[in-house]
Design a protein around this ligand. Structure first.
Ligand code: NDP
Length: 475
């Protein structure tokens, strides 16, 4: 992640000739070129079971009051058959298809046709046209950052409907949750398949494509780095942020409305989940320009992992706490509620400040203050696919001196707070913290592997200086 001005003079660059074909020679960073059997087995497992897992969780709430064990016990004891469960599952409906089509269309319009206005009046907000990081082929893409605006417009429309127009019930999402799951799956598979075909036949930038020759790996992890339609419709930015993350807060609001409808009140646990997850979502959109420098945009290619994951996994499994609270309205004691709020806010503070420190450090090329002092860092270099040498810096002070991924630690604290808000009666709400712990630990290892191949011995010097990954003194 280096701003173009960080490139040193041209005599320092070593040029290689890169054919303008679909497959370039080696890239020294980015996703893998070769697939080991473990990665392949994991990918096939995920392709087969991730959609089933998403279905199982929502079905167990719909049919078994959010018990994850009861469906299995019933099946094992012969009290129910798979076909019984399937027969009770709501099918795809025209109503759900209409709602989903309208939803995606609204988000496409807000993303592709409404340039950002928010940065003109919100002090400190970075929106409008922004540059991404240097790609492995040495390109710098431009992005229209207008996610905050899309989020605000969507939520204004939601509240205007709930309190004034009454076109539809605020419980509409909950009421159509399983039919909408089928729609989300259709979009997830269509977009991932389209991205694969596009990667082979009409890639946006052939030099940034990666082909392992393994169909499953390429489908899952993607071929194209930054697939686009036209100049501005960027698949990664659109699918990562909208429709999934804009929907996240609306889904929670719909759950709160359902609690109100069923029990005549909204519990403090539901409010906590709405507030903490609302802060996380707003933070994401407020910092969307920063997001261009995260692993999702800087390093991951666009395949099923991002396409299907953003359409199905994120909206369905990141919102399980709210769904659970519709079936089990937990009213927390004041001390517990305050404790959970503090855990969530401290976690958020660590998450935000750590991310901000790196962003500030990289934006100013180290000419900034971290905790009132000049930051300490390690100088490092790497090479893009065309042989150009770039220079970068790895910060070793602030939270980045405590651990190499302290931002993940903050994220895990917030995630735990959402789960604790649901009490301890069922395991289902705790899926999120278990999943995040696996995701972020795996991500940490994946990122470090990539950084090592990018920076080589400079990365070794960095890990010697900052020896821990997530928890200083422990891991
Ligand atoms: P980071 O923001 O930590 O980015 C890692 C990259 O930062 C590295 O690849 C490297 O990139 C650079 N880097 C590493 N160490 C340093 C250093 N010491 N100084 C300067 N730069 C450094 O990771 P992510 O993109 O994974 O995460 C961003 C945020 O998003 C995190 O807070 C995470 O918790 C959150 N997240 C949330 C998810 C969710 O589902 N809720 C999923 C994933 C992430 P370079 O090549 O430029 O050097």
């Amino acid at each position: 992640m280096v701003a173009p001005q960080e490139k040193r003079s041209s005599e320092e660059r070593k040029h290689k000739t890169v054919p303008n074909g679909a497959q370039t020679s080696q890239g020294q960073w980015g996703r893998a070129w070769e697939v080991d059997w473990f990665s392949l087995a994991s990918i096939i497992f995920l392709l087969m079971f991730a959609p089933l897992i998403a279905y199982y969780f929502v079905m167990s709430c719909d049919q078994y009051q959010c018990s994850l064990i009861s469906p299995l016990v019933d099946l094992l004891l012969g009290d129910t058959r798979l076909s019984d469960i399937w027969d009770k599952t709501p099918p795809l409906t025209y109503k759900a298809a209409g709602i989903y089509a309208l939803w995606v269309t609204l988000q496409v319009i807000l993303y592709a046709f409404v340039p950002d206005f928010c940065h003109k009046f919100l002090p400190g907000y970075v929106g409008g046209v922004q540059e991404g990081a240097v790609t492995p082929a040495g390109l710098v893409n431009k992005y229209e950052i207008n996610g905050l605006q899309a989020w605000i417009v969507t939520h204004v429309l939601w509240f205007a409907n709930a309190y004034y127009f009454h076109w539809f019930s605020p419980t509409i999402i909950f009421d159509n949750w399983i039919p909408l799951l089928w729609c989300a799956n259709i979009l997830g598979y269509v977009v991932s398949t389209f991205a694969m075909i596009k990667g082979y036949f009409f890639p946006t930038n052939a030099k940034d494509c990666k082909f392992t020759g393994n169909f499953f790996y390429d489908y899952m992890m993607g071929i194209e780095f930054n697939p686009r339609i036209g100049k501005w419709f960027d698949f990664k930015l659109f699918f990562n942020g909208r429709p999934g993350i804009v929907a996240w807060t609306l889904i929670n609001l719909s759950y709160a409305a359902k609690q109100q409808e069923l029990y005549g009140q909204v519990t403090n646990s539901m409010i906590l989940v709405n507030v903490l997850q609302g802060i996380y979502v707003l933070d994401f959109f407020w910092n969307e320009a920063w997001y261009l420098k995260t692993i999702d945009i800087c390093h991951d290619h666009f395949g099923w992992y991002l396409g299907w994951g953003d359409c199905v996994w994120l909206p369905y499994l990141y919102t399980l706490q709210g769904l659970y609270l519709v079936y089990h309205p937990v009213q927390l004691g004041t001390a517990n509620a305050v404790g959970i709020l503090i855990l969530g806010l401290v976690g958020y503070y660590i998450f935000r400040v750590t991310n901000h420190q790196k962003d500030l450090f990289r934006r100013t090329s180290g000419n900034c203050k971290i905790w009132g002092k000049k930051p300490e860092y390690i100088e490092c270099s790497y090479m893009s696919v065309d042989g150009t040498k770039y220079y970068s810096k790895l910060m070793t002070s602030g939270f980045w001196g405590w651990a190499r991924h302290f931002n993940y630690t903050g994220d895990l604290m917030v995630s735990l707070a959402y789960c604790l808000a649901c009490g301890f009666a069922h395991v289902l709400p705790y899926f999120y913290i278990a999943y995040m712990a696996i995701l972020l630990t795996h991500r940490c290892i994946r990122d470090e592997h990539r950084c090592f191949s990018k920076y080589g011995k400079d990365w070794k010097r960095y890990t010697t200086k900052v020896p821990y990954r997530l928890l200083p003194g422990i891991f």
